[in-house]
Design a protein around this ligand. Structure first.
Ligand SMILES: Nc1ncnc2c1ncn2[C@@H]1O[C@H](COP(=O)(O)OP(=O)(O)OP(=O)(O)O)[C@@H](O)[C@H]1O
Ligand SMILES: [Mg+2]
Length: 233
């Protein structure tokens, strides 16, 4: 479904990504791991057209997307939950969910507000609160809900549970598991390796702008030296 082939991305003169390749299949949950500053967000920004890709190719459902503007990529069916959430602070929860809602993928059963509340029940109690009046965990649920309201076929999360308390994290993982069960393809960045190994079958590890390792959950569990070397666990 998503295929990133040998991309190189620069910030000015400085090369941030080197020959990065990865794939996410239909209904597959895949993670992108690595310590701070290794290029995870840059990879996601490259996929979403938020930074220009200088070399290589990105295809989604067989069509090249690397030359499209971000809104064009979103319309193809990729939903982003960005690092830092970027909720609209002066819109209500309801408005945040509706402001970018669209059935980009011509889904026969597009997401309704009620569908979002089934996944994240807490949001239903916060409908009239403003984006800046809700907790960090609720903001993250809202960011996921907002992305779902564009009816993506692939959801990408940069730091799915960063900075959240353990109980709220569990709510986020539970919601993501519901989406997985529904057959949504998901690419996740997070630092909680255990939760990631529970939800995803396949992983990529980045080191200094390159994919240093990729493999299955079973392989990662049985490779404490890889976990230690690349993830500092
Ligand atoms: N806007 C920018 N301008 C210049 N350099 C940047 C910019 N954003 C990131 N970088 C550099 O690119 C490299 C990769 O950063 P990136 O944010 O992709 O890492 P990351 O794996 O997402 O890290 P983290 O886990 O801290 O979020 C780092 O060396 C970083 O300093
Ligand atoms: Mg990052």
């Amino acid at each position: 479904m998503l295929e990133v082939e040998k991309i190189a991305t620069y910030y000015g003169q400085s090369q941030a990504l080197f020959d990065v390749s990865l794939k996410v299949g239909e209904a597959e949950v895949v993670t992108l791991l690595g310590r701070n500053g290794m290029g995870k967000s840059t990879t996601i920004r490259s996929i979403m057209g938020l930074v220009p890709v200088r070399l290589g190719r990105i295809t989604f459902s067989g069509k090249e997307i690397q030359a499209l503007p971000s809104y064009g990529i979103a319309r193809k069916g990729i939903g982003l939950v960005p690092e830092g959430r970027q909720i609209f602070p002066n819109l209500t929860v309801r408005e945040n969910l509706l402001v970018t809602a669209a059935n980009h993928t011509q889904s026969t059963s597009p997401y309704s507000l009620d569908d979002i509340f089934t996944i994240f029940p807490r949001l239903a109690d916060r409908l009239t609160h403003f984006g800046n009046q809700i907790s960090g965990g609720e903001q993250q649920m809202l960011a996921i809900g907002r992305a779902l309201m564009t009816n993506p076929r692939l959801l990408i999360l940069d730091e799915a549970t960063e900075g959240l308390a353990p109980l709220v994290r569990q709510e986020i993982w539970r919601g993501l598991n519901i989406l997985k069960t529904k057959g949504l393809a998901i690419l996740i960045v997070d630092k909680n390796i255990k939760a990631l190994m529970d939800i995803a079958a396949r992983h990529y590890i980045m080191e200094k702008g390159e994919i240093a390792w990729s493999g299955l959950t079973s392989e990662l569990i049985n490779s404490p030296e890889i976990q230690r070397h690349y993830l500092g666990i």
